[in-house]
Write a new protein. Structure first.
Length: 143
């Protein structure tokens, strides 16, 4: 039994050296705010509820330093950015933008974003009815 526990402990320590790349870039040259009016209220909502998974600037919690959690978070952030990256908005072509806007409006209307799994740990990211309305109204202006 001791050998098994020791092997698990050694494996756990070794996997800590396998680090995913952090999603932290100060490059905002293609950010949505460079080409679209983003009101202050929307900026606050994006920062609190969206940007960790949908921008190039994730704010990582302490537990993101521990593998395998770090791997899961990196995968989750990368997947979110594949669907929408507010830091790369200006680089999207018109077809991409139209598709993203349509999807974003649907996600907000169905209250599917932020993800429930994200809200478990980030309670402050939960949107109120008023915030959903603000976001939906804003998304309609960027069409």
């Amino acid at each position: 039994m001791k050998k098994i526990l020791l092997a698990i402990l050694v494996a756990f320590i070794l996997i800590q050296f396998i680090r995913p790349t952090k999603n932290n870039s100060n490059n905002e040259i293609n950010a949505i705010s460079t080409v679209v009016d983003v009101p202050l209220e929307v900026q606050k909502i994006l920062k609190t509820s969206c940007n960790d998974c949908h921008s190039n600037n994730t704010v990582y919690p302490w537990y993101s330093e521990i593998a395998p959690v770090s791997w899961y978070l990196a995968s989750h952030v990368n997947e979110g950015k594949e669907h929408l990256n507010f830091s790369e908005w200006a680089s999207y072509n018109e077809n991409q933008k139209n598709h993203i806007i349509k999807d974003l409006e649907e996600e907000l209307q169905d209250k599917e974003m932020p993800l429930k799994s994200y809200l478990i740990i980030h309670e402050n990211a939960k949107l109120t009815e008023a915030q959903y309305k603000i976001m939906i109204d804003w998304v309609k202006t960027i069409k």
